[in-house]
Design a binder for this molecule. Structure first.
Ligand code: IPM
Ligand code: MN
Length: 355
């Protein structure tokens, strides 16, 4: 990666994925010219359409190819004609697990000009990051059925938490909090009052690692209270670390308070390997092909990718471009209500970056 030429895998995926990915790539092109780095794109058509055509979800050979990339840019996975779970588990979770992307990083930041549904809250109130464990917990699919479909049916679905998996996630969160150097406060989000095995491990690992970070103040909150505070007093948070399922849930709430899915991006990060960046909004089938979906989330995903690849100037420029557009141009972040088309929003950010 040090030669500043990056091999980027692109998975546009389903629904509006290809449209927003196109705008993200437009901005990538502009910023690469401006900042003087190169890249090669490797496109893959995995997703619902390909699955319906060929019954292939994501072959192991693709995973082997992904391992040779510098990073991956994903649009959206999910198709109305495919049973829920097949593509999500077969593509998205398979990539996260096989590439050991053990962090799901979700910045929750309200940009100037963006409407939050929280009355009386502004940009100074909403600026924090969620570090979600991304390879364990309830997501591993441990469990099964017994006597399925009968009155005696038994179902077990277990949350798997390993010391190694929990600790590396917590360490990442402490490091991020230190690097961010904002309020230097890390909150563990759990449910120690009920999940007395899983979050006992989390709490012990958290407290042990905390001893190595005297400059970071630590704090604990139950997941239900975290939801309450997101709405009531989001300013309370700086960095939050939590398990896979709780992280999934609270980051959708986080996306809403930062202005919605039109702006929410995330990174699936393997700090020692290949990471993947995505807008978190999903495939939005009803807006597909209409040129009305907001591409800013995908553009923010490219911004996160630049930061991850060490292209800090590029990341800063993109963020400034996004802020320019939210603060001076868009009427709303919602699909169809922006006052501009998908492509026009992409053009505005690209032009800012080039200018
Ligand atoms: C997310 C998504 C996925 C998840 C789904 C699509 C499997 O909601 O990235 O947050 O639950 O992790
Ligand atoms: Mn989710």
């Amino acid at each position: 990666m040090s030669n500043r030429n990056y091999k980027i895998g692109v998975l546009p995926g389903d629904g509006t994925g290809p449209e927003v990915v196109g705008e993200g790539l437009k901005v990538l092109e502009a910023v690469s010219e401006k900042c003087g780095f190169g890249y090669d794109l490797v496109k893959y058509d995995f997703g619902g359409e390909r699955y319906l055509r060929t019954r292939e979800v994501l072959p192991d050979s693709a995973i082997e190819e992904f391992k040779k990339l510098d990073s991956i840019f994903l649009g959206a996975i999910g198709h109305p004609d495919v049973k829920p779970g097949i593509l999500e588990k077969g593509i998205l979770l398979k990539i996260r697990f096989e590439l050991d992307q053990y962090i799901n990083l979700r910045p929750i930041k309200l940009y100037p000009g963006v409407d939050t549904p929280l009355k009386d809250k502004g940009v100074e109130d909403i600026d924090f990051v969620v570090v979600r464990e991304n390879t364990e917990g309830l997501y591993v699919g441990a469990g099964g059925f017994l006597k399925k479909g009968t009155p005696d049916e038994v179902v077990v679905q277990e949350s798997i938490n390993t010391r190694k998996g929990v600790e590396r996630c917590i360490r990442y969160a402490f490091e991020l909090c230190k690097k961010r150097n904002k309020r230097n406060k890390l909150t563990l989000c759990g449910k120690t009052n009920v999940l007395t095995y899983a979050f006992d491990l989390w709490e012990r690992a958290f407290n042990e690692v905390a001893r190595e970070y005297s400059e970071i103040s630590t704090d604990y909150a139950h997941v239900d209270a975290v939801c309450m505070w997101f709405v009531k007093n989001p300013r309370y948070f700086d960095v939050i670390v939590t398990d896979n399922l709780f992280g999934d849930i609270i980051t959708d709430l986080g996306a809403m308070i930062q202005g919605g899915m039109g702006i929410a991006a995330g990174g699936n990060i393997n700090p020692e390997g290949v990471s993947m960046f995505e807008p978190i909004g999903g495939s939005a089938p009803k807006y597909t092909g209409k040129n009305v979906i907001n591409p800013l989330a995908a553009i923010c995903a490219v911004q996160m990718m630049m930061d991850y690849l060490g292209e800090k100037e590029a990341a800063n420029l993109i963020e400034k471009g996004v802020i320019k557009v939210t603060s001076e141009k868009l009427k709303s972040l919602s699909a169809g209500k922006m006052g501009y088309t998908t492509a026009e929003v992409g053009d505005m950010v690209a032009n800012f970056v080039s200018g």
